[in-house]
Design a protein around this ligand. Structure first.
Ligand code: CDP
Length: 230
């Protein structure tokens, strides 16, 4: 059997990448790597160690030697898509805290933090059989990926989905406006930042998930991927 390919999946916050990325990986028998969790993990570590993320040199030094392990979610029934260990400690749920949401885009804008993470991502991508999800996978991390998907949905739809995710952890409908504001804020930072801004690769397939069930999006993606698998 030939080497399995790597699929690049990019798009803005809460566009449904992780949900459909996980489903696509399962359907193809691939693994999923959500690269956002790596920037989130650096943010957790920086907040724990320094209380904030403003000292770029300190955050870079931390990112360059961070002991981060990403494992499958096997054995957990709490809705996680993977388990992330920082120095052996399970921080999976801390990755999604409001404090991390507030600081992660700043951390992800540090050039040398990106270089350290991209290096790890390429090592994982080289093995093939990966659905890699992020903001710059098709443009920077894996520019030669044979299949590139760019997933979008309106900010309001994305905020509704993020609220639904968070309701399992106690969020209420009153949190909708704050979630929408955070999504718009991160969209702006991610797409206007200097290093590896969020954008679709020229050869990416645009997938609009607005108003579509995950199963519908999955089937569109499987059809597309099938054309490349040959
Ligand atoms: O899940 P959500 O879409 O809200 O965010 P995420 O994918 O976990 O990514 C969190 C943040 O990390 C993004 O807002 C980006 O600033 C950054 N990120 C990035 O710069 N490059 C990536 N490949 C993935 C995430």
């Amino acid at each position: 059997m030939g080497r399995e390919m790597t699929i690049a999946m990019d798009g803005p916050a809460a566009a449904g990448k992780t949900t459909v990325g996980q489903m696509l990986a399962e359907t193809l028998g691939y693994v999923m790597l959500d690269t956002g969790c790596m920037y989130r993990a650096v943010t957790v570590a920086a907040l724990n160690q320094f209380g904030d993320v403003s000292d770029e040199a300190a955050v870079v030094a931390l990112a360059q030697q961070i002991d981060m392990e990403i494992l499958s979610a096997d054995g957990f029934a709490d809705g996680r898509s993977y388990t992330l260990l920082l120095a052996g400690e399970d921080v999976t749920w801390q990755l999604r805290s409001p404090a991390v949401d507030a600081h992660v885009s700043q951390v992800a804008n540090y050039k040398l933090v990106r270089e350290a993470m991209v290096q790890r991502q390429r090592m994982i991508g080289e093995k093939g059989g990966v659905v890699m999800i992020g903001r710059d996978i098709g443009t920077v991390v894996l520019p030669d990926a044979p299949v590139k998907l760019y997933v979008i949905a309106s900010p309001e739809e994305r905020a509704r989905r993020r609220l639904a995710d968070r309701q399992a952890q106690g969020a209420t409908v009153e949190d909708y406006e704050a979630i929408l504001a955070d999504i718009k804020r991160r969209d702006h930072i991610d797409s206007t930042r200097e290093h590896s801004p969020l954008m679709a690769a020229d050869d990416a397939h645009l997938i609009d998930t607005s108003g579509k069930l995950p199963e519908v999006v999955l089937s569109e993606m499987v059809t597309l991927v099938g054309k490349y698998k040959g």
